[in-house]
Design a protein around this ligand. Sequence first.
Ligand code: NOJ
Length: 728
Amino acid sequence: MKTEAELRHLLSEMTQEEKIAQTTQVIINYYQKTGTEVTGPMGQLGIKSESMKDLGSVLGTAFAEDVIAIQKKYLAENRLHIPMLFMTDVIHGYRTIYPIPLGLGASFDPALVEECSAMAAAEASANGIQLTFAPMADYVRDARWGRVMESFGEDPLLNSTLCAAETVGFQGRDGDVSKPDRIAACVKHVAAYGGAESGRDYNSVEISERLLREYYFPAYKACIDAGAKALMPSFNSLNGIPSTANSWLMKEVVRGEWGFDGVAISDWGAVMELVRHGVAADRKEAARLAGENECDIEMMSSAYYNHLAELVAEGIIRQETLDRMVLRILRLKNDLGLFDDPFHGASPEKAKALSLCEAHRALALRAAEESAVLLKNDGVLPFSTEVKKIALIGPYASEHAIIGQWKARGLAEESVSVEEGVRRLLPDTEILTATGCSFLWDDLSEEGFAEAVETAKGADAVILCLGEPDRYSGEGKCRTDLRLPGAQEKLAKAVSTVNKNTALLLFAGRPLVLTEVEKTVPAILEMWFPGNEGGNAAAHLLFGKACPCGKLPMSFPKATGQVPLYYNRPSTGRPKKKPEGVYEDFTSNYIDCGNLALYPFGYGLSYASFVYSSLTLDKTSLDPDGELTVTVRVKNEGSVEGKETVQLYLRDLVASTVRPTQSLIAFEKVTLAPGEERDVVFKITEPMLRFYDFHCVFRSEAGEFQISTGCADRLILTKTFTLTEGRS
Ligand code: NOJ
């Protein structure tokens, strides 16, 4: 490792061209064996092949062989022997794919998230990847946005906790990313990319500073506090200024308040997009705006490469600014140990041994089981393993593409389909399949219905496998209709009408509107995109070899028109008082469907039966220097072992600004054997009661607070206490 003095000395030896090359990232044609030429779009952007030896980082390589070849060739040619840095998106696995982040969010389990990202880091790093563009810490409320699949959902505490765990998983508990099985984390997309108006990707975001600070910022900050080495500003404009050029955001908040001194890397083409946003007249001005903002690396455009030298020579960008940017990049390379081992332990043999190895598959299976959410169960699940004939109906019955978007080097064909999972679990049982219909929105054909209905009729258990195709969620994949696409709703009705022993398995990258389906299907199990082991996990859960324990990280609306829908909504002056569905004039309510979610945040059933018998506080008034103990007693009155996430919600009854009707302030997942009873203990302290007031001061106010357990919109066992004095 180099010392800081050595790094500064290295910087002092660099020419201006060499410095600027460090700020430039090149994408080498994906999957190209020894991609040593700048071809394709980067070539068209004016990056010359002769500059390759000096360029700072490479995006999108896939295999150890490529990285070793590229690094060897250019390191030898680079005058000062500065290694390149290899980055890519490792979002939910590298070769072994585990559930999409929204699915993992349902696990409410930071330890599991950490284990999964550590596994991804080991596989990625063996394949030559040194930095991942993750965690995506974007807070979300709008299921139309295709990238909700990459997020941990609509609660800032859950989002922050899991994002921090993911960061630690990638970088290791001691944050020493020079170790070969670690990769650096790049938290993205700062800020409020998930707040895109109308849920349309890349759209502008107008959110008050108060809301930004309370809901959108905490998870980014949690990643930085957990040691994330890099950060990516978002594509979107935030209150009028694209993040890449937003100096309030990047300089005052991120570098100033949050103390982030790692590398900031633009999103794909985002510097040049400043021209399309209309805040820069040309690419030179775009380079000026991003450079002044100390966005250290430019991804997938060439404004720095072509204009930074000129801008510094003209005195528009200060030399010290450029030097600071380059020094940060050198520090990151040094932290990764690249000056000692430029390959960071990349090894084709190691990559092969780790990819989809038994231990990794076992973790992916556990993660898929813990992410599934049982949304409805009228008693049909778990199915008996004694059934003689099983019908698998629907477009997902034998489908392998259940790993979702952002799958790095994961392959659909290496994943276990539902059919394979069920056959593996019950090799002697008769299993019939019928597709029934397609999952494409423009294919409304019902031609396969008759066969599906016939197949279902004669079966002892029917597994309906429905959802949206994986390409309907992810970047740029936004939808205005959140119902099951195509003729699937009708298929669900037709099949469950002829056989009551039917359970629906759902595959999707977002909350779907299940209002119609829910009316006829007796059981619904949300699988999200569960990863390589999805089919095994589904079989285990359906037949009782595993017990569902996921809780929703995002509310499932009753109708698309309800979105953005989120449980932690502010109080209004006209709350709905009558029960849902009862029409009452002049309240804040939709007359045709009500306000509540079909399935709210925090909701999820189990085969065990959890009974909450008491919630007690050790005192009724909290001193700001003190601590209040909340005890929730929960018992498993069922006949199988299960896991329950005990949730604690807070309501600030009177405050100087309108507060949410409920906010999650703590949670803990516990395992209870049949008949076992447990006291789950939470501590409440004054800082947990703080909020951003009208002037964006983070403080608490004296007064009464309500504490409840249960889940959002279905709170139980409420108690109140008083905070004796506010603090800031
Ligand atoms: C664009 C996406 O917005 C970002 O999340 C990703 O990291 C980059 N492309 C690189 O693939």
